[in-house]
Design a binder for this molecule. Structure first.
Ligand code: F6R
Length: 600
């Protein structure tokens, strides 16, 4: 949530910072701002809206070689110019990701001590507190260290102090922050894409570390203010992987990458032999009760995972939204495994759920995309998906890769538990080999766009399904509403008639998903109930229907049920994409959303 970049080096900083900021815009786009040092004075320029608005106010030739910048997803106060970062009070200018939870109390105390605030943000309070403590300590590092004892919440700060105009300071707690050295100079950033043009080597700061960057040096201090050496990580993606490569939107590009992402994810853990699965997943064998905890789309993959594991491994799985899980009573036993699913690995609620389980002595396993992210580092076991850099706010390829992992875990555990026979295993593995091509074929079918052209003007669109198809409906519905702003709800097909069917009128689109052979007939009955009320039915199935009860048919390949959802989701992603496009929506950066949700 929100993007931070800072640069100090021998070159002009504004072009580098803006380039980096643009690669972070998916993290927040309510407003953007920059602070740079010119002739030892800090100048701040900020503007509401996207980075393009800020760029119009900047002179890229300004002879400054030090600056920090921010692209914001508003947490405290309206998304306007005053609340935009950087904020400055006294001697400190700050860009900030995260939330300082005790800022109201601190603000009152600081106001009593004479500080006057212009914005509604917690960040301006951070500037003032830092300034006040610095007046006492007369030492920037000590002041930074001391505020960490006072702030509650999460923060990643990029900081300029007017008493040390040749340095950028960085400090973090919970919100991620990296520092990187490159031949072009030194950087801080909230995420790797910001700096990838200059280097793929970076250091991830730990909580309460303080980094001091000058044009020739990066020094990192631990929480006791001792200089410390950190591991240098290498980002395995390329700068190109963070670019659109000719696609109109990142979302479309990422949908088209899904065959490769599937292949990369599966091949990383499975070389065609059960031994390879054993090697990677044998630690899972002893658990006979699973809680899957996640948010949004990752929660939806958990629902698919539950259906697969319960049906094919025969062990109970409880799936919970992380923001609820962390405050509820959990009925763990010695053999409970908690699985956290997160693309970013930084989602605050999922991280808190992980910590809760660990505090209770429960083994945790994370399914994560971003290498070295907080959830990946803190979980007892990590399974990385191989989705690469996902830029579009609406997840597609990471979601599909998470499904691939649940399929693989189900295959392994089912085979171990003998709930999947040798014979069935061979059928599944046969289909598994075909999947990349089938995913690709499903993406290439362009009939979905024609269907989208017929429904995009509707004010509401329903999704229905039963069992695993309901789980997929939920993801289809989320994809559609988050990028097209069309009201959409997913219902268990059998539940519709208990109230919601009253909303179905002539031509209301109902997207009905039916791939589970034993439930198809039942779902068809529910579809007919909506059809009888005038619904415009889009039927998504892997079986050719023998009668025509629908208006549009999306026929997908039939594969083993353990793999089926991976194909079913693809048309729904493309439908959502085209509906949003027809409505002129900002597909990669939908309003009010940000890619990684590091606030609770
Ligand atoms: C929807 C979407 C979100 C995320 C959710 C969790 O398209 O992307 O619902 O799935 O915010 O994010 P991660 O997976 O990073 O924990």
């Amino acid at each position: 949530m929100c993007g931070i970049i800072g640069y100090v080096g021998h070159n002009l900083c504004i072009p580098k910072i803006i380039h980096g900021l643009e690669n972070l815009e998916y993290r927040g786009y309510d407003s953007a701002g920059i602070a740079y040092v010119l002739n030892n004075k800090t100048k701040i320029i900020k503007e509401k809206g996207k980075i393009s608005n800020l760029k119009k106010l900047l002179d890229f030739d300004t002879t400054t070689n030090l600056g920090i910048a921010h692209t914001r997803w508003a947490t405290h106060g309206e998304a306007n110019k005053i609340n935009a970062h950087p904020h400055s009070l006294g001697k400190f200018t700050i860009v900030h990701n995260g939330i300082i939870e005790n800022y109201s109390k601190l603000k009152q105390e600081l106001e009593n001590n004479g500080y006057v605030f212009k914005s509604e943000t917690d960040t301006e309070v951070a500037c003032a507190l830092l300034d006040e403590i610095y007046k006492q300590e007369k030492d920037i590092l000590k002041a930074l260290n001391k505020v960490t004892k006072i702030f509650r919440g999460s923060y990643a700060f990029g900081i300029i102090c007017s008493d040390d105009p040749n340095a950028i300071y960085a400090l973090r707690c919970t919100s991620p922050l990296i520092v990187a050295n490159s031949p072009d100079g030194n950087f801080i950033a909230s995420d790797v894409p910001a700096i990838l043009k200059y280097t793929n080597k970076y250091i991830l700061l730990d909580d309460f570390d303080i980094a001091k960057l000058t044009k020739d040096n990066i020094i990192i201090y631990d929480e006791f203010l001792h200089e410390t050496k950190k591991k240098v990580n290498t980002f395995s993606g390329t700068f190109e992987s963070a670019a659109k490569n000719g696609y109109e939107h990142f979302m479309l590009k990422e949908i088209h990458e899904q065959d490769k992402v599937f292949k990369d994810t599966i091949n990383f853990y499975f070389d065609g032999t059960i031994e390879s699965l054993k090697k990677n997943f044998s630690f899972l064998k002893k658990y006979n009760k699973i809680d899957i905890v996640a948010c949004g789309s990752a929660y939806h993959t958990g629902l698919v995972g539950k259906s697969l594991i319960e049906n094919y491994v025969n062990i109970p799985v409880n799936v919970e939204v992380a923001s609820e899980y962390r405050y509820k009573r959990c009925f763990y036993d010695y053999n409970t495994l908690v699985i956290l699913v997160s693309q970013s690995g930084e989602t605050a609620d999922t991280l808190a759920a992980l910590r809760k389980a660990k505090n209770d002595g429960i083994t945790t396993m994370a399914i994560v995309n971003v290498v070295g992210s907080s959830i990946a580092r803190e979980a007892d076991h990590v399974i990385y998906i191989k989705a690469g850099c996902e830029i579009a706010v609406a997840t597609t390829k990471a979601y599909l890769a998470q499904l691939a992992i649940f399929s693989l875990l189900t295959i392994y555990l089912g085979y171990q538990n003998k709930t999947i026979s040798e014979n069935e295993l061979n059928i599944i593995l046969d289909d598994l080999k075909k999947m990349p091509k089938l995913i690709n074929d499903t993406i290439k079918n362009n009939s979905y766009f024609d269907i989208a052209d017929k429904i995009y003007k509707n004010k509401q669109i329903f999704f229905i399904g039963r069992g695993i198809d309901y789980a997929i409906s939920m993801e289809g519905s989320l994809k559609l509403k988050e990028i097209s702003y069309i009201n959409s709800v997913a219902y268990q097909a059998g539940e519709l008639k208990h109230g919601t069917i009253s909303l179905i009128t002539k031509n209301t689109p109902v997207i009905a998903i039916a791939t589970d052979t034993k439930l198809i007939e039942k779902t068809i009955s529910n579809i007919k109930e909506t059809k009888a009320r005038g619904a415009y039915v889009i039927y998504v199935s892997n079986e050719e229907p023998s009668e025509k009860f629908y208006d549009e048919l999306i026929k997908i390949h039939k594969v083993h049920p353990i793999l089926q959802s991976i194909l079913t989701i693809v048309p729904l992603q493309l439908l959502a994409y085209k509906v949003a496009k027809n409505n002129g929506c900002d597909i990669d950066q939908p309003r009010n959303l940000a890619k990684s949700v590091t606030v609770e």
